[in-house]
Ligand binder design. Structure first.
Ligand code: AMP
Length: 249
């Protein structure tokens, strides 16, 4: 079984993001970038399926600037076999990513596509769903457990107030939630080995996909600054302030 995994290069989750002075987006120049954390979980899950001899090949895809090669190499150091970079400096919306992944899926014919549930930069949480719709494949989103047997994927999903388990006929699309697994660290020998693994570079035009944006960002603003706290002398004073100042009682 071949697995396709989508990995996005995003601002590292430890970085405190700053909104650009002109309000057009967040600062990405000279900012540490890394693989979207949910995508690391996706790669780890694919590697575990290969270690269990369920998967035979893991192909990792990233869409973005030339530097997204590093993200692909990281996935290869974790255990992916080869990579495809769809190179573009344009900001890609989820629909364009979904269309490009659908074209790659048509070429590669994977039995399973694993994506993160959301990219932590745009928080769109829609690429996996759009891809499943474009392909006409079943989807299991927010997976916290994945089991493959007899041509089916059993996906346990984290939903409000509990867990839902769905059975999908392969080929299928799965998106990862935080508790699916804990990704391993890439070891130095594996980082070295990853350099020799095959990486194909393409462009959106190679797939005949018009990746131009359909949405216009009007404004990006930082959250309002937190007001300083106040110490109160007694419970009575606290209740009074909650009534008269905070007006929450
Ligand atoms: P989103 O719908 O943008 O929150 O992203 C959900 C998932 O889609 C991510 O976790 C990735 O697995 C995948 N994805 C989104 N954008 C890209 C991209 N530019 N390159 C590769 N994968 C992507």
């Amino acid at each position: 079984m071949k697995i396709l995994v989508a990995v996005k290069r995003v601002v590292d989750y430890n970085v405190k993001v700053h909104v650009k002075a002109d309000g057009s987006g967040v600062e990405t120049a000279n900012v540490r970038m890394s693989m979207n954390p949910f995508d690391e979980i996706a790669v780890e899950e694919a590697v575990r399926l290969k270690e269990k001899n369920i998967a035979t090949e893991i192909v990792v895809v990233s869409l973005g600037p030339a530097q997204a090669q590093e993200t692909i190499r990281t996935a290869m150091a974790i255990g992916a076999d080869r990579g495809i970079l769809v190179q573009t400096d344009a900001a890609l919306e989820s629909l364009a990513v979904g269309k490009l992944l659908a074209k790659i899926a048509a070429e590669e014919q994977p039995q399973l596509i694993i994506l993160g549930k959301q990219a932590i930069d745009d928080d769109a949480n829609q690429t996996g769903q759009m891809l499943a719709a474009l392909l006409g494949w079943p989807q299991g989103t927010f997976a916290s457990k994945l089991e493959i047997a007899d041509g089916k994927a059993q996906v346990t999903r984290e939903v409000d107030g509990g867990l839902a388990t769905v059975s999908l006929t392969l080929p299928a699309v799965v998106t990862t939630d935080l508790r699916l697994n804990e990704p391993r660290y890439a070891t130095l020998p594996n980082i070295m080995k990853a350099r020799a693994k095959p990486l194909a570079t393409k462009t959106p035009a190679d797939y005949g996909v018009d990746a131009s944006p359909r949405l216009k960002t009007l404004k990006v603003a930082a959250p309002a600054k937190r007001q300083g706290g106040k110490k109160v002398g007694s419970v009575a004073e606290l209740v009074e302030k909650l009534k008269t100042e905070a007006k929450v009682l």
